[in-house]
Design a binder for this molecule. Structure first.
Ligand code: PGA
Length: 221
């Protein structure tokens, strides 16, 4: 059986206390569905990462932590940036190249390549997002998330067949080991994606904010 990756991308949502409430709920439910074949990665805002990481270590919860962004620079005089070295203390993964970063913050291929290089240098696993098969993917990427623009936050996911075709192409073209699908994934349709042979999991935005819904996604996947 293939290993599935289920990633929660909270975007700019949840205060630290809301994040903790989510974790308490998820902790209660998760013991019933814990499964070695699934890797669950939660990506909150930077402000919540340290306390969430401390809590999952203290309680030995089977969640991994991820950041949603990383500085393209080393530590130093870069006001407002969070470096890969700093992130490594509290997370194992980092989302890079999300379409919201590309669109709202002008992140281009050159900057994204620098971010990937920093992440890899400090042993973070980038989850590199692309809207389609033609988007450049920097060297060293093993996990890619295919997220078509029309499907993000719209309630209108791509078809599983399309996701399969794109995932297969990305693996062949770029040698990625894992390709996830993201864009309006819900508990009722997650399985239609994860059962596709080339799709190794899902990146979930809106539906991951509710702990019960997210647990259901994990269970149904
Ligand atoms: P969505 O977001 O699940 O709310 O569509 C996915 C994403 O942007 O990563």
């Amino acid at each position: 059986m293939k290993k599935l990756f289920i990633v929660a991308n909270w975007k700019s949502n949840k205060t630290t206390s809301e994040a903790h409430e989510w974790l308490l709920k998820a902790e209660r439910g998760y013991q019933f569905i814990a499964n070695a074949e699934r890797e669950v990665i939660v990506c909150p805002s930077f402000t919540s990462l340290p306390s969430m990481k401390a809590y999952i270590i203290q309680k030995n919860l089977p969640f991994k932590m991820g950041a949603q962004n990383v500085s393209p620079f080393e530590e130093g005089a870069f006001t407002g940036e969070v470096s890969a070295k700093q992130i490594k203390e509290v997370a194992d993964h980092v989302i890079i190249g999300h379409s919201e970063r590309r669109k709202e913050f002008g992140e281009n291929d050159e900057m994204l390549t620098k971010k990937v290089q920093m992440a890899l240098k400090y042993d973070l696993i980038p989850i590199f997002c692309v809207p389609g098969v033609d988007t450049p993917i920097p060297q060293g990427i093993s996990v890619v998330a295919y997220e078509p623009l029309f499907a993000i936050g719209t309630g209108n996911p791509d078809t599983p067949e399309d996701a399969e075709m794109v995932a297969k192409t990305i693996k062949e073209k770029h040698g990625a080991q894992c390709v996830l699908y993201g864009g309006s994934v819900k508990p009722e349709d997650v399985k239609s994606f994860t059962q596709m042979p080339s799709v190794d999991g899902v990146l979930v935005g809106g539906a991951s904010l509710d702990a019960d819904k997210f647990l259901q996604i994990i269970e149904n996947a």
